[in-house]
Write a protein that binds this ligand. Structure first.
Ligand code: ASN
Length: 322
């Protein structure tokens, strides 16, 4: 049987790092250990390999995310690939995955993976996760499910997945929704499918969006400082169901007067921020002031969506209802 062509894009991260035996320091190597190892993967698919950059994921910015989108679209336009696998550092993996989910229009599988242990550590999970991801990418059932994140035998949607543990290999979880499939020794099994897809055709990412977290006793000082910066949008991880301390109201007013869109998510990682409470700083009060409530995204993903939404000429309020 003819093997499917899968585009594999290596971007860096622990999956392509090594641990120095003397110091214990985990660092990028001057070669990519996965590029060598991917030769062993040729039985699964015909692999086309790209390495546009080799960065730890805290060095990734929306510029690199856009570059990945362009590479994928370039191959897709030629029509010669059946799916894509991206290896990426895990710290910002969910942001890149969600960026691609919102901006690449395709029914083909795009799978993002990484590793929690570097390539030469005992129990290294990188090659295993790469193999699992290729197995998902060649699978017909992986089509039309948006960008997927595959690590530790689980398949998650880019929209719901988040890094929940600093070092555990089962760090990627989808709070309140769970994975949509699993990778087993005998095959790939999907047990759920996303109910919606979103697509925003953007060509640039030029806006500046800030993300902050609310806390007990928060006042307006940070919000007023943000008002004086050159920002295009703000995401606030609010308290509980979507509330802020009353001393922030002065800062919120200052930002809304400047027409800076403010998107509210919850700092709780389960549930959806909503306009429920009617006290000072409560969700109802904030909504009346023009704050936009996000539909269950976490802070970092709401920030990605706002960055993209600001480029797309669509109503920011509407896109956060989706
Ligand atoms: N496990 C990892 O990949 C973490 C690493 N700091 C990165 O995101 O590049």
């Amino acid at each position: 049987m003819e093997k499917k062509k899968i585009l594999v894009i290596h971007t860096g991260g622990t999956i392509s790092m090594s641990e120095d035996a003397a110091t214990g320091s985990v660092k990028p190597t001057d070669y990519n250990p996965l590029t060598e190892k991917t030769k062993e993967l040729l039985s699964l698919a015909e692999l086309l390999i790209e390495e546009p950059f080799h960065l730890p994921s805290p060095h990734i910015t929306p510029k690199e995310m856009l570059k990945l989108k362009e590479i994928i679209e370039g191959y897709m336009a030629k029509g010669d690939i059946c799916g894509v696998v991206i290896t990426h550092g895990t710290d910002t993996l969910e942001e890149t995955a969600y960026f691609l989910d919102l901006t690449v229009k395709t029914s083909l599988p795009i799978v993002v993976t990484g590793a929690m242990r570097s390539s030469n550590e005992i129990g290294s999970d990188g090659l295993y996760n790469l193999i699992s991801s290729i197995r998902v990418a060649v699978c017909n059932e992986a089509k039309d499910k948006g960008v997927l994140v595959v690590l530790n035998d689980e398949i998650h949607t880019a929209e719901n997945v988040t890094k929940t543990h600093t070092s555990n290999v089962s760090t990627f979880q989808s709070p309140q929704y769970g994975p949509i499939g699993i990778v087993t020794k005998r095959g790939v099994l999907f047990h759920h499918a996303p109910t919606k897809r979103e697509y925003y055709p953007i060509k640039v990412v030029s806006k500046r969006v800030i993300l902050i977290k609310a806390h007990a006793g928060m006042d307006s000082s940070l919000l007023l400082a943000i008002r004086d910066l050159d920002v295009d949008g703000l995401v606030i991880e609010a308290l509980g169901q979507g509330n802020l301390p009353p001393a922030t109201i002065q800062g919120i007013k200052a930002l809304t007067e400047k027409k800076i869109p403010i998107v509210l998510v919850s700092r709780s990682f389960n549930g959806i921020a909503q306009d429920v409470y009617g006290y000072d700083g409560g969700g109802k009060h904030l909504k009346e002031m023009g704050i936009i409530f996000s539909n269950g995204l976490n802070g970092q993903k709401a920030r990605i969506k706002l960055l993209i939404g600001l480029e797309s000429e669509q109503s920011i309020e509407k896109i956060f209802q989706l």
